[in-house]
Design a binder for this molecule. Structure first.
Ligand code: C5P
Length: 315
């Protein structure tokens, strides 16, 4: 079985609060983009799950999200089969592009079909959420979606059915740890776990400051961005500053000057819709056409040899 596994960017990501389970409630817009890994699944004679990958940064043991996804299905449905999963990576690792999550979703969907499990999308999404917060988005097979909760509660954005964006995407040579960025976010913003009103205090601090005190607040929200995007055809470079927003951007930019340099480079080139994806390190800019994006990408590749520069679109 030969599968394509696309990456995502977040066009909007607002941290709402910190939960008792130490995750954060989010409000986000996912966009699936045309940068993809390839995954080949082959049955094995024994009962092992073996992962192979061309990128050394990807773990091959049980911490690999494809491994976790396959193991969950095997255990849940008492399947006595083994697998070889070969991942050919193009999506940079630790970049906030959801590569590992997308790979896991591809395995879930692939095995659902290969093993004839006939699991509905709702059922698959529930299993996906146990693998990771971003996996459910990819299982829904949508170009754009709104995410809430940990990011695992997915709602299609029907107003964006016809929307298609072009991006220049830059990934500097930095692997960012998502748990670290959320931890630093808490630190910078003074967030403590949110306890429901009726819960009995068990010694945990119960204060729940909303959106980071010392951090920038969004100018818009999911609804506003969706309605602007639904109206404009492809002239997204005209977006007002602050409409695209990511609560984690300021945190990663403070910790990694190189990521800040990527953002500033885009701004100096005159691009004004520029945002970091997820917890970074990838930063993207909206471009008005493939031609414009390619022209700028060529300049950037010449200027910065250590950066990976991609031209991608919504898929
Ligand atoms: O769900 P996933 O395994 O992708 O999350 C990785 C880490 O990122 C979590 O362990 C948590 O530290 C952090 N995270 C969070 N809030 C979210 C999603 C992720 O704090 N909504």
């Amino acid at each position: 079985m030969n599968l394509l596994s696309f990456a995502k960017v977040n066009l909007f990501l607002k941290v709402i609060n910190k939960r008792q389970d130490n995750y954060h409630n989010l409000e986000t817009i996912f966009e699936r983009i045309s940068l993809a890994d390839r995954i080949i699944i082959k049955p094995r004679k024994d009962l092992l799950i073996k992962i192979s990958c061309n990128d050394k940064a990807v773990p091959r043991d049980k911490t690999n999200l494809c491994f976790k996804a396959a193991k969950l299905l095997i255990d849940e449905f008492k399947i006595s089969k083994g697998l070889n999963i070969k991942i050919t990576k193009r999506i940079p690792v630790g970049a906030g592009l959801g590569g590992g999550s997308s790979n896991a979703a591809a395995v879930l969907m692939g095995l659902n079909s290969l093993w004839g499990l006939k699991l509905s999308q709702t059922r698959l999404a529930k299993i996906a959420a146990r693998v990771g917060s971003d996996v459910a988005f990819f299982v829904h097979d949508l170009p754009f979606a709104q995410g809430s909760g940990r990011g695992e509660r997915i709602k299609p954005l029907n107003a964006l059915k016809k929307a298609k964006l072009w991006h220049i995407l830059i990934v500097p040579k930095i692997h960012v740890s998502t748990p670290l960025i959320f931890k630093k976010y808490d630190h910078f913003s003074g967030l403590t776990p949110h306890l429901p009103n009726n819960s009995i205090s068990n010694g945990l601090k119960t204060s729940n400051k909303k959106e980071g005190a010392g951090l920038t607040k969004p100018a818009g929200n999911v609804k506003l961005l969706t309605s602007v995007m639904a109206k404009k055809s492809r002239s997204y470079s005209l977006f007002k500053p602050g409409l695209l927003f990511n609560s984690l951007e300021e945190v990663t930019l403070r910790l990694y000057p190189e990521v800040k340099r990527v953002k500033n480079t885009f701004l100096q080139l005159g691009l004004n819709s520029v945002l970091m994806s997820g917890s970074g390190s990838a930063v993207f800019a909206l471009a008005s056409s493939f031609k414009n994006a390619s022209k700028l990408a060529k300049i950037l590749r010449k200027k910065e040899k250590t950066w990976q520069v991609f031209v991608v679109e919504t898929v």
